[in-house]
Design a protein around this ligand. Sequence first.
Ligand SMILES: Cc1cc2nc3c(=O)[nH]c(=O)nc-3n(C[C@H](O)[C@H](O)[C@H](O)COP(=O)(O)OP(=O)(O)OC[C@H]3O[C@@H](n4cnc5c(N)ncnc54)[C@H](O)[C@@H]3O)c2cc1C
Length: 206
Amino acid sequence: MVEVQPEQTTQYKNTAQMFQNIPAESKSDDALPKGVVLDKDGKPCRTCSSLSSWRALTKQADKKNATNTSTTATPALAAAATPSPSELPSDCPPDVEQLGRSTWTLLHSMAATYPEKASTEHQSNMEGFLKFFSKLYPCWVCADDFQAWMAHPSGRNQPKLGSRKEFGWWMCEAHNEVNRKLGKKEFDCRFWEERWRSGWKDGRCD
Ligand SMILES: Cc1cc2nc3c(=O)[nH]c(=O)nc-3n(C[C@H](O)[C@H](O)[C@H](O)COP(=O)(O)OP(=O)(O)OC[C@H]3O[C@@H](n4cnc5c(N)ncnc54)[C@H](O)[C@@H]3O)c2cc1C
């Protein structure tokens, strides 16, 4: 049994146990709840998976640990039996959605504060940022797809960095590409600046 600090949440405790107790051969796709994405090292990737998949996984690990250790009423099992709120507490590691929302906020805000006319140096800094960002994004499946989209052989998806308008529109298109992939509604890019820079014309952001 892994020793757990009192301040750690139940979910983190389960995750720690899961990583240490589940043998590698049982970490195949078959054994995992639907929607759990594995990291490149074969372990479940929290920042690549949704909260609901992650919770299914921690419950599965809980049951497995209870069976293996003949434990009865642990706090983790009690928590697993209680319906979970749909949102994580704000001080827990992010799932793929929370990470995504926070990242889009950063990316669109970078576009919103981009120079109206960007110098060559500014363009090259942003180009470098996007290149590394697309390699280092903590959800590797997201990163791989994003890189592939940017590298479309036609060159049509390369970052447009000449001006704020171009870059903001490009970022909106990039985000819409992910929206389409996930079956979400596309955003009307004519409004990207109201959403991320000036606030809506009805004044609700002022
Ligand atoms: C580079 C990248 C790749 C990703 N790839 C994946 C993936 O492969 N699989 C996966 O499950 N998740 C992925 N995500 C996360 C995913 O895009 C969402 O962030 C997540 O699903 C949460 O979605 P949401 O509906 O809360 O809103 P989000 O899509 O996070 O959007 C946040 C807010 O941005 C605004 N918005 C929406 N679309 C646009 C747009 N086109 N332009 C400007 N503003 C917009 C809306 O106001 C919205 O509420 C990725 C995130 C990033 C940053």
